[in-house]
Design a protein around this ligand. Structure first.
Ligand code: TNX
Length: 527
């Protein structure tokens, strides 16, 4: 609100023709915007983007921007590396890595980033200004930088499969909101989606199931076979696509639970050794990887060896959630392991499991992320916790000195409903109620002392897809809640829901221009 008033005052002093409805409307909210009110610069077909010479990364950034603006504004900007240009992109090492400055004056537009990523974010803001003002731009100055370094979104491709083109669309959505991590959930009870050359049955058997639809009350169990997976070439292509938009992909390979599809392909990796099926319903299943057999670890390490070659991410997610230990209780090999390693119980056996995997990852220069259940039998200091069962796990982990990503189901589950009485009015959700306002109200630092806050890397929205079978539905669940999430993680201190509502109308224009199938409820309920 304060920022809003200051800007109005500035305009009043300038005595110019920009009314409140014309104030810059950027999401996530920039740290500082000075709006001078008067018209400064007009873009035309001859406007050139000027780049530093021989900077391949910035050139690609500029090309992507040119394509975006051609589509959204029907304006074809040109790119130059010499002479002069009106939109000048530069990297300024004085600025923080993801920070940028955007200046619109009569002489053109200057976008300076602390890195190419910063320039990219400056261009995303500029894109929103173009949606708002068209090509006639007011004099403006923006200084901006994110609050959190981890601004993430997860898409579950295990329950339902999304094509490479759909994944790229999802990445485009993230990029528009300055999200910088895509957590790609690639293995599940209901489908193994990543090609592993050494274990071809994983995709041959594990990526296919006998039914189309999972949700108990969603359309029908029509018995149509369903499946799909990504080849390694496709995965490399998507990693590059994301990297060009400054998004790091964090792959998730689930263990020891949520492993039915892998066990269907390689039954020897389970405690019983037979009878496993790729699941067609959602839920938590008792069959998990056997923690007693050495061959399980060999298998998982071989899988991870291929995974780390495909994904340059510093972090690899190895799941760890909802692992029932029922089968371990009656498995002689697991009981022997408990004895030999002097473990107390199955919880400690799960810790032993995760620690072994973590050691392997660390040896290969990577770090482990796990869901908050991995806290239960004790974890190493270097594991990063993703807190999903509320924030309690994350708070405990931060207090213990572990790094944390907050993604509580109370605020960050984008598979939950968006209205209070969804029946018949909304497409399927898994249950729950997380409207835009709820996401917006999330405070990742809640209950933490100042000294504990630095352990919170950031936050993430999760799109689990038990009930979500199409990209239209993914977009409906993601937008505009992702905008609220982006604003918490980028503009933590400056948030104001009423001002967000005003600015959201402009972002909505981009949703329309891009044909994104966003949910209408937040807009319908505006006073
Ligand atoms: C819990 S969140 C799960 C997922 C489900 C989700 C549904 C988490 C780590 N595990 O397997 O899809 O709830 O909201």
């Amino acid at each position: 609100m304060k920022r809003f008033i200051i800007t109005i005052l500035l305009l009043a002093f300038a005595g110019l023709s920009f009314g409140a409805e014309n104030l810059p409307a950027i999401i996530p909210l920039p740290r500082k915007v000075v709006c001078k009110g008067k018209i400064a610069f007009t873009l035309t077909e001859s406007t050139r983007i000027l780049l530093p010479r021989n900077d391949k990364v910035l050139r690609r950034t500029a090309e992507i921007f040119v394509q975006t603006i051609a589509r959204e504004q029907n304006l074809m900007l040109k790119i130059r590396e010499k002479d002069s240009g009106e939109i000048r992109l530069t990297v300024d090492p004085q600025l923080a890595e993801e920070a940028y400055r955007l200046d619109i004056t009569a002489s053109g537009i200057d976008i300076r980033g602390g890195s190419s990523a910063g320039v990219f974010y400056g261009l995303q803001s500029f894109r929103q200004l173009l949606a708002q003002y068209g090509t006639v731009l007011p004099a403006l100055q923006i200084e901006d930088a994110p609050s959190f370094g981890y601004r993430g979104a997860m898409l579950d491709c295990g329950r339902h499969f999304f094509t490479v083109d759909e994944i790229k669309t999802f990445i485009d959505l993230l990029a528009l909101h300055k999200i910088n991590r895509f957590h790609w959930h690639l293995t599940e009870d209901q489908g193994w989606r990543i090609e592993i050359r050494r274990y071809p049955e994983l995709t041959k058997i594990g990526s296919q199931r006998s039914e189309t639809v999972l949700g108990n009350n969603s359309p029908a169990y029509d018995g149509t076979p369903y499946g799909g997976y990504y080849t390694q070439d496709q995965l490399r292509d998507v990693v590059t696509y994301a990297a060009e938009r400054f998004i790091v992909i964090i792959p998730e390979i689930e263990m020891p639970g949520h492993a039915s599809a892998a066990l269907a392909a390689y039954p020897n990796l389970g405690c019983i050794g037979e009878g496993y099926k790729v699941r067609t319903h959602w839920g938590v299943f008792p069959e998990v990887f056997c923690a007693g057999k050495e061959s399980t670890f060999e298998f998982l390490q071989n899988v991870l060896e291929e995974v780390i070659k495909l994904f340059p991410s510093e972090y690899i997610h190895v799941g760890g959630d909802e692992c029932p230990t029922k089968s371990w209780k009656v498995c002689p090999a697991c009981q022997k392991r408990i004895q030999n390693e002097s473990l107390k119980d199955e919880h400690e056996l799960q810790s032993y499991f995760m620690l072994r995997i973590e050691k392997w990852l660390n040896k290969h220069g990577r770090h482990l992320i796990g869901w908050d259940e991995i806290l239960e039998g004790g974890i190493s200091q270097s594991a990063t916790i993703m807190s999903w069962r509320g924030t309690a796990g994350g708070i405990a982990a931060a207090r213990a000195g572990n790094k944390v990503i907050m993604t509580p189901n109370t605020h960050c589950y984008l598979d939950y409903y968006q209205t209070e009485h969804p029946q018949g009015c909304e497409p399927w959700g898994i249950g729950g109620y997380v409207p835009v306002e709820k996401v917006y109200s999330f405070d990742p630092y809640d209950q933490l002392a100042e000294t504990e806050c630095p352990y919170i890397l950031g936050m993430q929205g999760n799109i689990w897809t038990e009930y979500i079978a199409s990209m239209a539905h993914v977009e409906h669940m993601t937008l505009p809640r992702l905008a609220a999430l982006a604003e918490v993680s980028w503009s933590y201190k400056g948030r104001d829901i009423e001002d967000f509502r005003r600015r959201m109308e402009n972002l909505r224009k981009i949703y329309e221009l891009c044909g994104y199938r966003y949910a209408p409820y937040f807009f319908d309920h505006a006073e």
